[in-house]
Ligand binder design. Structure first.
Ligand code: NAD
Length: 326
């Protein structure tokens, strides 16, 4: 057997090669494979390492349909910003499922943002009302710009309303809206709920930011920030009232937005549907115009492997990868 070597795909190459449509298609396919039982995530490791205030860990899995095997390794280094580096750092390792040999090393920072935005946009594509016109953004950090760009491609939005805990961060998100030709207005949260047909929450909040009574019938809400025990972005009563979909039920009830409603007995695990079931046609998705749908996007390793595989394939085809041998 020939040794093809290991592809090394840089952050720059990922940014140039992997577009939003590539990420959408890869994430949609892997969610579908998860719901069919063709792909599964291994248990997540995440540890405070007691050095540099860092959180470090692994997300890993295997997709038998897409033949992606590997892991994303990395975490959060709060001191990085002062060094001119991104606080979130990650690298994806892809292995050949036939031999176990390391196939590719792929920069994971850009890919994490683009795969997270793809997840909410897959949920909008499958669950939001077709006539949705106002997009509500709760959060204005690093991920929010990716979320806004991806969501804007899923419906004929006419306006963005936004709120952030740190209001001084909102103008940067407003610039993104302007770039894609959407009017942008900073509003209070109650008004955001009253106006928005689709809401994305993407914050590091530990308490509910959007309350049940502020959300109008028919809204689709994608909760993307809650990925750890204790975090929370919306009222547990809102989760209880909504029809809830997720990337992975086990994560949704333990580290996702549904953790609080489930712990309080307001929502049963059995009432949370993997979005892949909707993609596969096994679940109808939205049932009525008035229903509130909620996507609990917790972030799974298989999303990382899916987009990193696309990056590695495109980099190989386009001669954009370095090749090294161990
Ligand atoms: P960031 O640090 O760039 O931005 C943080 C955002 O949270 C800002 O809008 C900030 O104003 C807001 N915020 C901070 N403290 C808050 C508080 N106490 N109450 C309300 N809002 C507060 O982070 P980011 O890279 O944009 O990521 C946002 C969140 O998304 C993080 O919690 C991150 O862990 C999560 N995330 C989830 C996934 C996933 O797959 N679901 C993937 C990546 C990141």
């Amino acid at each position: 057997m020939t040794d093809d070597g290991i592809l090394v795909v840089s952050e720059d190459a990922c940014r140039e090669l992997v577009g939003r449509k590539d990420a959408f298609d890869a994430v949609e396919a892997v969610f579908a494979a998860m719901a069919r039982g063709d792909a599964y995530n291994f248990p997540v490791i995440r540890e405070a390492i007691g050095y540099a205030d860092a959180l470090y860990g692994f997300k890993s899995g295997f997709d038998r349909a897409g033949l992606a095997l590997g892991l994303k390794s990395g975490g959060y280094w709060p001191g990085n910003a002062a060094k001119g580096l991104t606080n979130h750092q990650s690298t994806v390792f892809l292995f050949d499922p036939d031999t176990g040999r390391l196939k590719a090393l792929v920069g994971g920072n850009y890919l994490t943002a683009v795969r997270t935005a793809a997840a909410s946009s897959v949920s909008i594509a499958h669950l939001a009302r077709p006539d949705a016109r106002v997009l509500g953004m709760v959060g204005a950090g690093h991920q929010s710009a990716f979320q806004l760009r991806a969501a804007a491609e899923q419906r004929s939005f006419e306006k963005v309303v936004a709120w952030n805990f740190h209001p001084e961060m909102l103008p940067a998100l407003g610039k993104v809206a302007a770039e894609i030709g959407l009017p942008f207005e900073a509003v209070e949260r109650e008004r955001l709920g009253a106006e928005a047909d689709v809401i994305i929450t993407i914050t590091s909040a530990f308490e509910p930011l959007m309350m049940r009574d502020w959300i109008k019938p028919g809204t689709h809400i994608a909760c993307m920030g809650t990925d750890t025990k204790g975090k929370q972005e919306v009222d547990a009563a809102l989760v209880a009232a909504a029809t809830v979909f997720t990337d992975e039920v086990a994560q949704s009830i333990s580290i996702g937005e549904a953790q609080h409603a489930v712990a309080q007995g307001l929502k049963a695990e059995a009432d949370i549907t993997p979005i892949g079931a909707v993609i596969n046609g096994a679940h109808p998705g939205r049932n009525s115009e008035a229903e509130i749908t909620l996507f609990d996007g917790t972030g799974v390793g298989l999303q990382d492997l899916a987009v990193a595989s696309v990056a590695a394939d495109l980099a190989k085809a386009g001669g954009r990868a370095q090749v090294v041998r161990l």
